[in-house]
Design a protein around this ligand. Structure first.
Ligand code: AR6
Length: 160
């Protein structure tokens, strides 16, 4: 596991994870950036998926992205931690890893900070859940941080 500061749409890994919403039809933040970089074929494939529940994940191709695949997951909206947010965020990471691990073409995967933008999940708490949930995976995992502040959180947790 490693942490870097980058735009996830530029990463040449087997799969990048999208912090989507339950419609899977695009939005702001990293979701908007991924759809813009992948091109319109991505939303066409997403329309066939019938949405996605919070804590679950679904796979598509990466189209014009350098990444071969996108794993779309829907993180919880932070509501003072009173609505199972920790468990749902953990489930996002677990479901993405499960999909990746059973796919023969996916050895490397990059995660953004799911729920830590528009959905307002506290970044330090989210980083702990991410690292804890991913630590036993055999995949090559990158935590892709958009800000230096988030990178610092991951590097402290990973001992980098
Ligand atoms: N590369 C890497 N990380 C990014 C990028 C990027 N290009 N852009 C933003 N981030 P957010 P959420 C970081 O808001 O909180 C959308 O409208 C960002 O700094 O993208 O799960 C969806 O459709 C933050 O740390 O996702 C949903 O409606 C992290 O990615 C909703 O937002 C996640 O921020 C999901 O909210």
């Amino acid at each position: 596991m490693k942490a870097i500061q980058a735009d996830i749409t530029t990463l040449k890994v087997d799969a990048i994870v999208n912090a989507a919403n339950s419609s899977l039809l695009g939005g702001g933040g990293v979701d908007g950036a991924i759809h813009r970089a992948a091109g319109p074929d991505l939303v066409h494939e997403c329309r066939l998926l019938g949405g996605c529940k919070t804590g679950k994940a679904k796979l598509t191709k990466g189209y014009n992205l350098p990444a071969k695949y996108v794993i779309h997951t829907v993180g919880p909206v932070w509501r003072e931690g009173l609505n199972n947010e920790d468990m749902l965020l953990e489930s996002c990471y677990r479901e993405c890893l499960r999909i990746a691990a059973k796919h023969p073409d996916i050895q490397s995967i990059a995660f953004p900070g799911i729920s830590t933008g528009i959905f307002a999940f506290p970044a330090d708490r989210a980083a702990k859940i991410a690292v804890e949930t991913c630590k036993d995976s055999d995949l090559d995992i990158t935590f892709c941080c958009f800000s230096k502040a988030h990178l610092d959180l991951y590097q402290a947790l990973l001992g980098e």
